[in-house]
Each structure stands twice: as C-alpha cells, then as structure tokens.
Design a protein around this ligand. Structure first.
Ligand code: UDP
Ligand code: MG
Length: 312
C-alpha cells in the first residue's frame, strides 16, 4: 500500500526537523519490511506560519523526496489545514494518516494503523489511553465537552483527537462534506465504513507552545456542537414553552389577587427577579440562535476552506 502522512503545522519551526527525522526512519523501516510501498510520503501543511516553519519544510523536502510541502496563503486554522492536506494528497495514496506536528502523538502507532487498514478497516482512530500528561484545565474541559456533546446527541470517539487513518474510500466520502465550519471529529464517524480504535499514551509537546489557546478551544468547541446538533435550538423552544405556561399561571394569580381577593400586589422584588430571569433567557436564546444564523451565513457564501500558495 501507498501511505501518506499529513501534518498541519502552525509556527512549529522547532519541532519539525526532529519529527521528520523520526518519521523518515519509521517509513524507511516499513518500506524495507515490505509493509508499505516506497512511494509513501509525508506531507507538511504550513498553515500560514509567521516563523521559519516553511523554510524548515523546504529544507526537509530538498533532502528527501519522501517529503512534500503545502503552504497555505494565510492561517486557516487546524481543521482547514488538515482538510487541505487530506484533499490534496488523497489521490496519491491508498490511505492517509493525520497527526500533529508536535510529537505528542506516538508515531509508532503508524504501524498499528497500517495493520488495521490491511485487515480491512477504512477508518482507524488513535485513542488516548490516559491524559495524565495534559494540564488539568485541558483534561477537565475535554471530559466536560465530551459529556456535553453526547448530551447534545453528537457521536464522537472519546479521547480521540485528529490522529487517525482514513482510506481512499473514506477520503472520497469526506470530500463530499463541503461545510466551512469544519469539525472533523464529528464528521468522520458520520462517514460510516468499518472502523476501529488503536490506543496510545499522549506525550508532552516536544517543542513550542500549544496552538490552541483558550479562546481557540472555546470556538472549536462551539463548532463541535453547533455544526452538528440542532438540539440547543430545541431546548430553547421547550424552555420558552414552559416559561409561557408559567406566565399564564402568574397572570391568573395576579388577576385573582387584584380583582377577587382585592390585595394589590406590592411585589417589587418578584417583578425585578422575573425581568432579569426572562431577560437573561431571552438574550441567551438569541445568542444561541445567532450561532446557527452565523453558521448558515458562512456556509451560504460557500467560500473556500483553504487557499494554497505553494506546493513542493
Ligand atoms: N495547527 C494549525 N493551525 C492552527 C493551529 C494549530 O495547523 O491554527 C496545528 C499545530 O501546528 C499542530 C496541530 O494543529 O500540529 C495541533 O495543535 P496543538 O498541538 O497546538 O494543539 P493541542 O495538542 O495543544 O491541542
Ligand atoms: Mg499538540
């Protein structure tokens, strides 16, 4: 089989050389063992880095024909850089593996991925066995997010990031998903096909900082929910309906107090509380609806998910 490894890189100048050294050694071993063909390759996608990432990639490419490089015209974000690499490389390989540039993903898993592919799996997920090497914030927020996603009716593989193998067949199916608000972890399970998990322990970053600061993580999480589930909108409808029922009871009560019992209600506090409560719910609901309107707006324009500047 011809194997391709696709790696999105955003300001990863410190790590790529080491990653490349390890990957090339691994690929060479696998070629010698007859596990993969010698046309197998590694493709680095430079996602508009502002450091020397692209020169490092070109240097690696100059030294070895196994290396390909793709430079996007600006920073499009991890998911878009990944889809750029997958779509550009899918016709040159029987299967593609996507991984991060920071050596957090155990590269020896590549062999396991290939074995599973040969057993007939079209999709193989790399799943983290323990997250003890992540910081507490990331670990807890991730768990909470998986639970919330599940509650919202979205099926994802727990503790799986974007370290996976996709066969040519799966990639062709993926190409049919044209959405701009990409959340691959949600789309890949929707492809169907025969799939399985392989397990590994995630290491610390080899070099550099995380490229997912808190703000990007929150936006990514929003995409992971609002791009797949309309349940938040439904919850708003249900909450609205119950509030409406509640207010009918309230109105009846006020009318009885005023005209039947003759007690004028002095309730300033209760008035204020209900104004804040209803106000809060309304603004929140508008926000949630806005998330969906915003997404339809972006999708309706059908802009490209990535633009390629250079290809080597
Ligand atoms: N990345 C990217 N574009 C971005 C942000 C990140 O291509 O806008 C890449 C990054 O270089 C890395 C991968 O996506 O190879 C995952 O990012 P990172 O390792 O920083 O995320 P974490 O592991 O901290 O979740
Ligand atoms: Mg990482």
């Amino acid at each position: 089989m011809r194997l391709g490894i696709v790696i999105p890189c955003f300001n990863e100048e410190e790590g790529i050389e080491e990653l490349n050294r390890q990957l090339q050694t691994l690929l060479k071993e696998m070629v010698v063992a007859g596990e993969i063909e010698k046309e197998s390759f590694i493709c680095y996608v430079d996602d508009g880095s502002s450091d020397e990432t692209w020169s490092v990639i070109t240097a690696c490419q100059a030294k070895s024909s196994v290396v390909k490089g793709l430079k996007l015209s600006r920073n499009f974000g991890h998911q878009n850089a990944l889809i750029a690499g997958l779509m550009q490389c899918k016709d040159d390989a029987d299967a593609l593996i996507s991984m991060d540039a920071d050596l957090q993903d155990d590269i020896t898993l590549v062999k396991a991925f290939v074995n599973k592919f040969k057993e007939g799996y079209e999709v193989v997920y790399g799943v983290r066995e323990d997250r003890s090497r992540d910081n507490t914030l990331k670990r807890n927020s991730a768990t909470l997010f998986y639970r919330f996603q599940h509650f919202m009716g979205i099926e994802t593989v727990q503790n799986h990031a974007d370290y996976r193998l996709l066969s040519k067949k799966a990639l062709d199916a993926l190409a049919e998903f044209k959405e701009i608000n990409l959340f691959l972890r949600g789309i890949v399970p929707m492809l169907g096909f025969r799939s399985c998990n392989v397990y590994y322990t995630r290491e610390k970053r080899f070099a550099g900082e995380t490229k997912y600061p808190f703000k990007k993580m929150v936006l990514f999480a929003l995409d992971g929910i609002a791009s797949f589930s309309v349940r938040p909108l439904r919850i708003i409808t249900v909450v609205g309906f119950f509030l409406f029922l509640l207010s009918l009871v309230g109105i009846a009560w006020v009318v009885i107090e005023k005209f039947v019992l003759g007690n004028a209600v002095q309730g300033w506090a209760s008035t204020m509380v209900s104004i804040y409560f209803i106000g809060g719910i309304q603004v929140m609901s508008l926000g949630i609806i806005g998330e969906y309107v915003g997404r339809s707006f972006q999708e309706s324009k059908g802009r490209p998910r990535y633009i390629i500047d250079k290809e080597i």
